[in-house]
Write a protein that binds this ligand. Structure first.
Ligand code: ZN
Ligand code: ZN
Length: 243
């Protein structure tokens, strides 16, 4: 019987809107005993990039012209993570089209993917690059309980066979309808800051290498979700670990 490996496939760094640098993320997860993480900074649709530029705001995304430098940075971090922690760092991105209302999580991609395309074309491009395509936070609500980014869920019958998996849990939320519909699933933290370490994660029963991990998600066998907490008392606020 194979071991279970502890994974998180949805993680943001200061390369987009996360609060920790890539190195800080690697140290936090490495010390936390994780086996594999997928770094998934936002890449953003052109209209959203332009409106940020016009408003003189930081777009909080990896710009197209910076994407190969970003991937080189991920590659260097992966080498250090493996050496120091025996942890895999997989290069991904969250392909973010806020204008059309969908985010698409990619695991193990090789080059920039244009977020302005249709969902079908983005997923096809992820697959062409050998990656895994996941529908994240399928029906997230904001603090006022208003549903956001509903495009994928509103059209889930149309998209179900395109995606390799859906997030059945994202950070503290459980989307039990993903389970009820028997869709392929994973669970992620959608990490933006240290306290998000304590949240839903994925356990996979497979070898600790990227190809085995992708295959486990695709066939969705030996997949389990796991609420990662570290002995904190219920009802107390969670103190993030020192990094
Ligand atoms: Zn998202
Ligand atoms: Zn995200």
């Amino acid at each position: 019987m194979q071991n279970w490996i502890l994974c998180d496939f949805h993680i943001h760094t200061t390369n987009s809107d996360g609060s920790l640098t890539l190195d800080e993320v690697v140290d936090l997860y490495g010390r936390g005993g994780f086996d594999a993480i997928n770094i998934s900074d936002h890449i953003l649709d052109t209209a959203s990039l332009e409106s940020a530029r016009n408003a003189n705001k930081n777009p909080h995304a990896v710009l197209p012209e910076r994407f190969s430098a970003y991937q080189e940075m991920l590659w260097r971090a992966a080498q250090r993570a493996w050496r120091e922690y025996g942890m895999l760092v997989i290069p991904g991105a969250e392909i973010t089209n806020n204008t059309a209302g969908y985010h698409i999580l990619s695991i193990d991609i090789k080059s920039y993917i244009e977020p302005n395309q249709s969902v079908e074309d983005i997923v096809a491009e992820i697959h062409r690059q050998g990656g895994v395509a996941v529908a994240p936070h399928p029906h997230r609500t904001n603090e006022d309980g208003v549903a956001q980014l509903m495009h994928l869920w509103d059209n889930h019958e149309r998209y179900v066979h395109h995606f390799d998996a859906w997030e059945v849990a994202n950070r503290d939320d459980l989307f039990n309808v993903v389970g009820l519909k028997k869709f392929n699933y994973i669970a992620d933290s959608d990490f933006h800051e240290p306290r998000h370490l304590y949240s839903w994660k994925t356990l996979l029963r497979c070898e600790k290498n990227t190809e085995a991990i992708k295959e486990a998600i695709r066939i969705n066998s030996g997949v389990s979700i796991y609420l990662f907490r570290e002995g904190k008392k219920l009802g107390t606020s969670i103190t993030p670990p020192e990094i």
